[in-house]
Design a binder for this molecule. Structure first.
Ligand code: GRF
Length: 202
């Protein structure tokens, strides 16, 4: 399966997805890395690794216009799936609908706990014993789509948001490639297709 990865930052999850895709028998390949930030570290890494890239700043454009351009780049890459990996933009409804069931995101908490930002701070403040990471399908509800996989991370007394974020990322780098590989390999779901046809016809 062909996958486009969207990043806004350093792209360590993108790197984990890419390096896993180069191991024998990977069921997916990364065909594009795209970003809303032309200076994103993830873009230069993708370039160094010989992966096609696309960058377009969202500044001075509407959300719809920006998403349309991202979508056009993704489609011309031939990607069948999108993996968001630290993509810090809320997507337009049009983009979400177009890719529904084929767009995944990784989020640094055990969803449904701590949707949104500052998840590590919030888990520490709450005195939680565990935090972790979730891979989920993207829907119009922020961090609210079906959870496809999770990995827990124990919180230590000595943890700061930074030390915790570091270990959560280690867990993410294991989880995301595994969940993506399983997802693109799942048996064909005709119920899902019927739902989609119905939703588009309405
Ligand atoms: C990850 O923690 C991910 O869960 C969140 O953004 C972060 C991206 O980190 N959505 P990186 O750019 O992959 O290092």
């Amino acid at each position: 399966a062909k996958v486009a990865v969207l990043v806004s930052g350093s792209g360590t999850n993108m790197a984990a997805l890419l390096y896993a895709s180069r191991l024998p028998d990977s069921p997916y390949e990364i065909v594009l890395v795209a970003s809303n930030d032309p200076n994103a570290g993830g873009l230069s890494l993708a370039e160094a690794e010989g992966i096609p890239t696309f960058a377009l700043s969202h500044k001075g454009m509407s959300r719809e216009e920006h998403d349309q351009a991202m979508d056009a780049a993704v489609r011309s890459s031939g990607a069948e799936y999108i993996a968001l990996a630290g993509y810090m933009r809320i997507l337009s409804d049009e983009m979400v609908t177009r890719w529904e069931g084929r767009m995944l995101n990784i989020h640094p908490s055990l969803l449904p706990k701590y949707k949104g930002l500052k998840t590590h701070e919030r888990a520490l403040e709450a005195g939680d014993e565990f935090c972790g990471t979730s891979v989920h399908l993207v829907t119009s509800e922020l961090d609210g789509g079906q959870v496809l996989g999770q990995a827990p991370v124990a919180i230590m007394d000595s943890d700061t948001p930074e030390t915790l974020a570091y270990r959560v990322k280690l867990a993410e780098h294991q989880l995301y490639p595994r969940v993506l590989a399983d997802f693109v390999s799942r048996p064909f779901d005709s119920g899902w297709l019927l739902e989609r046809v119905r939703a588009l016809a309405m």
